[in-house]
Design a protein around this ligand. Structure first.
Ligand code: ZN
Length: 222
């Protein structure tokens, strides 16, 4: 089992984020360029602080968004069957190194009162939590908790598989830098058979509880 590149601390309490401060970020990027021995006034770097500020406003936009915006509008479907969505691609940043994390989330939930949400809203929910300085374990848990809180299903199961550039680009390069994390809530914690069948539906059969190294899978073609 490959250890997590970023060990999980206690979940951070959700606090109101400060507004995005572009001028401050531009000054900081200029300082970073100076600190690595670059000349921020040379032609190629002149606009870099402003460009980085604009891209970070988008890449960390999840800090100023709430999953409630996307999960509030539910509707009733005819059946009470399991809902699954796999291979939701996301990009995030590891909060320890501020290096990118590329991954896929797989979501399943068992509705209560046949109450469901649009599939695109599940993808938007992943994005809300991915676009923050993040830990994979926390991202996985936050998506599962948001589903439980806003959709009130009988249970939710979230599996996240991701590659961490902090493992790939730095130090000893791991041969299989794909990490898998799982969060089970409600019936998925108590019903092992349901959990096992759901993992198979998600194409993740044999996956055991908790986090650990996952073998990279071939990319699924939708
Ligand atoms: Zn990291």
């Amino acid at each position: 089992m490959t250890p997590s590149p970023c060990p999980l601390p206690a979940l951070a309490v959700d606090t109101e984020p400060l507004p995005f401060d572009a001028p401050r970020l531009e000054r900081a990027v200029r300082e970073m360029l100076l600190a690595i021995g670059e000349d921020p006034d040379r032609e190629g770097l002149l606009d870099t602080p402003a460009r980085v500020a604009r891209s970070w406003a988008e890449l960390f936009g999840g800090l100023r968004e709430s999953a409630a915006e996307h999960l509030a509008r539910t509707f009733t479907q005819d059946s009470a069957d399991l809902v699954t969505l796999r291979d939701i691609e996301f990009e995030s940043f590891c909060e320890h190194h501020l290096l990118p994390v590329f991954g896929r989330a797989h979501i399943a939930y068992l509705p209560s009162d046949r109450r469901v949400v649009g599939l695109s809203k599940l993808a938007r929910t992943v994005e809300v939590f991915a676009r923050r300085p993040q830990l994979q374990e926390r991202l996985t848990a936050q998506v599962a908790d948001a589903l439980m809180e806003h959709l009130r299903p009988q249970g939710a199961l979230v599996v996240v598989e991701a590659e961490h550039m902090c493992m790939r680009m730095r130090g000893v390069r791991k041969q299989m830098p794909v990490m898998a994390t799982t969060a089970s809530r409600g019936v998925f914690t108590s019903d092992a058979e349901l959990r096992r069948e759901t993992l198979i539906v998600l194409g993740l059969g044999e996956r055991e509880r908790g986090s650990g190294a996952a073998r990279p899978r071939p990319v699924a073609v939708a």
